[in-house]
Structure formats: structure tokens, C-alpha cells
Design a binder for this molecule. Sequence first.
Ligand code: ADP
Ligand code: MG
Length: 604
Amino acid sequence: MTIRLLHTTTINQIAAGEVVERPASAIKELVENSIDANAKRIDVKIRDGGRTFISVSDDGQGMSPDDLSLAIERHATSKLPNDNLENIKTLGFRGEALPSIGSVSRMTITSRLQDAHTAWMISIEGGKKVAPAPAALTKGTTIEVRDLFYATPARLKFLKTPKTENSHALDAIKRLAMAHPEIAFTVTDDKRTMLKLYQSQNDLLNSRLDRLDAIMSNDFASNALAIDAKREDLFLTGHIGLPTLNRGNASLQFLFVNGRPVKDKLLFGAVRGAYRDFLAHNRHPLLALFLEIPSESLDINVHPAKTEVRFRDPGLVRGLIVSALKNALAGAGHRASTTISNQALGAMQPEKGTFYHGGYQKKASYPVKQEYFKQQELSKKIQTPIDQLTDLELARSVKYVSEDEKEEISEDWPLGVARAQLHETYIVAQTVNGIVIVDQHAAHERLVYENMKKAINEGGIKRQVLLIPEIVELDQSAADRLTERSGQLNELGLVIEPFGPGAIIVRETPAMLGELNIRGIINDLADDLAESDEAIDLKDRLANVSATMACHGSIRAGRRLNGREMNALLRQMEVTPHSGQCNHGRPTYVELELKDIEKLFGRR
Ligand code: ADP
Ligand code: MG
């Protein structure tokens, strides 16, 4: 056995395995370099998902011919002038990207220094360099990468379809673009422009919001809350979406540390913690958060791709994020996202010719016909004078509020005065300039939950003793999990004890919840506890548990309410924080303004 040093190209290819995982990572490195070079516009071109061609052009400071030769050497960088890893202000610092990319592709770099009288070009192919020669370029730097991974066929095999690679590339560029609204970006493939972002002239917070809105679309700006918080020498800014604007995955959550996009478990965990009260665990908010932290409190040199970071004081960072987000969400009060009422209005637009004038033939499928007959039934009923409807039909369609229960509508009541209950589920209220429709179950669930939290903070929840204690059978491990936490559950007003193998007995329940589906609660709690790992702090877990209980104790859809009860619910919603969404992030009410309703009827 003989030990020898590897060839430079081999070393670079090994490094490329980490730094350049796929076309998107090459693009990310190149765009980072352009940002570090103070570019004001960056244009990216991609062909075949980046496999056959990538080009990144910028109008940044450029490089001299000597710089060009050095730039493609391993560990050559202009970004660590004092070899000081403690104070990194740039996106790059490892001096690895260009040699790595150059070792696995055919790359050319053309660049022109600000006042130079010509541009220079250098090329490197599978690690072999060609000396710089004069070239044509008016400003900045253009780097072209052809046939990425041609020199490492193993890697080539792992690439996904061009469409998938394209979307990875776009995602990487969007992340960088979010942190730099002062830079214009375009991304094109052979056929079309995939992304076009204009330079923003606004102040920092607003230009960021412009950029976020352009990237996330989804009505982000109109449903966003600004974050601006500080703890010791950490600063957190950015925008977070209202909980009602949520998605099934976390792909629209963007986190930045000192301007660097990161995918960090700790940060995502903190976000989840902050939204725990407002969203079901499988729904995710939209947000972009920018954390500024003194570089000595941070280690970004964790992985060559530089998307992970280590904090000297993770608790401090988590605390800042959770409290800043919770505060902002509390300030939003009962605001639900506007997207929802717009969607509701959209759904209400009369669909031309679907049911009338024989138009149903257009979509003559079975369900449509069913709809047609239902519609006919309904229109017959509408023509029947109310006093000829049977009591049952009347009760099912509308619950009128009697004359003496009517109250004056006041500006002070954002949710208006309840006028009717429909389908024993929805409360319809009249406001100064529109109508509000409340989902009574969702709203009540929220109120109970908030009341429970308040009671806990104010010294404890009142309990009621069950006349006949209820025994619930579970599997042994679920029963153990519950018994282990019986102390905490006790604090929440739920008194349980083990009852033989695989069963527990429930003796007392929270008084404010009235009659409960005890079996349902116990089963759900056991599931909840199985999911939440030890890392979640106690307070968060209690919030979770009380949410589960609230859900099983609330006024289920289907309970008839009188006018006084309905109005009481509305007034309580107005003064209760977070009452605009239920514990799962669905809205508890929608508001339709008169002007929109008028539009529906063609009055405007
Ligand atoms: P790093 O970014 O970690 O320094 P790279 O291999 O990505 O390492 O780049 C090496 C050097 O090449 C950089 O330090 C920089 O001086 C120079 N460079 C790369 N891209 C550009 C660019 N677009 N404009 C100006 N200089 C660049
Ligand atoms: Mg770099």
C-alpha cells in the first residue's frame, strides 16, 4: 500500500460532491458570488434544468485577469482578508465553489473590472484550465457552466427531471432574492421567463414586503403582519402571514440569518411553536424572517452548502422568535385573512347557465342533475309563503331573532348584531357596512380555549366531579403515557387515574366545558402525547392539550342558539384575542362588505 496525495482535480471533485449537489446548488453559489460582488442586477439562464447549460450574469465589481486565474484555485477567496472566520459578512468565504464547479463541468468566466479597458475570459474544463484571454463584456461578470457533472457520471444519474431541477433552482434563487430587494433578478429558460423581480426603491421593510409579495403571490402582502423585535443584541424583522393563510407544507417559509438563507431545524421549530395555538399540526403558515445576530454568536461554518448554522445561545434565539411571533399574532386580534372572504365571494358568483335555461345539459353529469332538482325544490320553497312552511322546514332553514331581541347596530361592534342562525351552525350578523357569517362551533372552540389558557394563568381551572366516573380502555402504552402526565392534566381540570391494565378512569373534568365526550378526549390526548416529543416545552404541550379538550367540549355545530346567546358569542369574540381563527387555523367568521354584495347583484 502506498499513500499519496490526490490530484487537485480529484480533490475538487470530492469537494464538488458536497458543494454542488445538483444544478440548483451550482446556481446558488454563482448567484451568491454576484451578490457578494455588489451586483444590482443578476440574470440567470437555465437549460434542461441546468444540466446542459447555466449562465449567471451580473453587473458587479468584476475581476482582473490575475483574479480570474486565482478564483478557480481551491481555497482562493477575496472574502477573508485576515483569515478571520469569526466575522464573516459575505455569503461566500470557503473559496470552494468555482474550482468545484469547474472540476465537474465545462465552465467559462468572463469578467471586467470597473475601469478596465477590456474584459477577460478564462475557461476550465473537467478541472483543466486555459489561461485568460481578452474578451467582450461591458460590465461585471458572466459565468457559463455547460454539461454539469459530465466528468462525474455517477452524480449525473441522480438528477431528476428538468422540471424538478428547474423548481429547485428557482427556489434557491428566490431565497436569495428575498434577502436582496435592492437587486433586480431575472430567470429564464429557453422558452420563457420563469422569474422577474424589479429592483425596489422603497425603504427596507416595504421593499422587502414588495419582494415577498412578488415571490409568494398568494396575497401575502395583504395578509401579512410586520415583525420587528429585539432581544439583547439579536434583531428579528420580517413578515408573517395570518394563520388563516396556510398551506399543507412549509415551502413558503423563508428564514435568514445575517442575510443568508438557512434551513435550520431550531428556527423552523420555533416558528411551529409560535403558531401552535393557531394551526393544526399539518398546516403551515407563510413567512419570511430575518435574524440579525452578531457574527461571534454564530457559526455558519457547519456544512459546505452553508445552509445550516449553529447558535451560541439557541434558547435566546428560540425565545425571541416565539415571543415576537406570538405578540404579532395577538395584535392581529380577530382579524382573519381577506383571501377567505374573497374566495367566498368568488364561490357565490352566479355561475352562468349551470342550472337555468337548460344550461345544465352543458355538464349533464349525475351530480349536476341532482343539483338541478335540488335547486327546483328550493325555488318552490322560496315561493311558498313562510307561514305555509312546516315548522320543521322553517327551523331547518332560518332561525329568526324575535323583534324584542333585536339590538341597535353599533360601530363599536365589529362583528355586528346577530340576526339569524342558519342550519344550526352559522350565525349571520349585520354590521355597519356588511354582513358577518360566524361558524359557531369554530368560534366557541376558540373562546373556550382562550378562557382555559386565561384560567390557567390566573391560578387554575375549576373542575366538576363526575357523578359516575368514566372508564376508558386504551392500549397499555397509551394508558401509561396519560398516567405519566396525570399531574399536568390535573392542572387543566382533568382528573384521571390508572384503572387496571390498559384502562384509565376519569373522575373530574373542567367545569367550563360542560358536558364532554370523555372517550373522544382521552383518545385524542393519548395520540397527541404520542406525537409530541420531549423537546417541546411544557407550556406548549399544555396549550396543545387544552386545545384538544376545548374541541370536544364546544358547542358542536347543530345546537340551536337564541338571539341573546348568539350576541353574547359575538361580543365575547370581539374581546378575545385570536378569535378570528379556530385552533386549527380555519377562520371562525367571514365578513362580506355591502359593496361586494352589491357587486354580486350587479348594483355596482
Ligand atoms: P468564495 O465565494 O467562497 O470566495 P468562490 O469559489 O465562490 O469562493 O469564488 C472565488 C472568488 O472569486 C471570490 O472570492 C471572488 O473574489 C471571485 N468571484 C467569484 N464570482 C465573482 C463575481 N460574480 N464577481 C466578482 N468576483 C467574483
Ligand atoms: Mg462563492
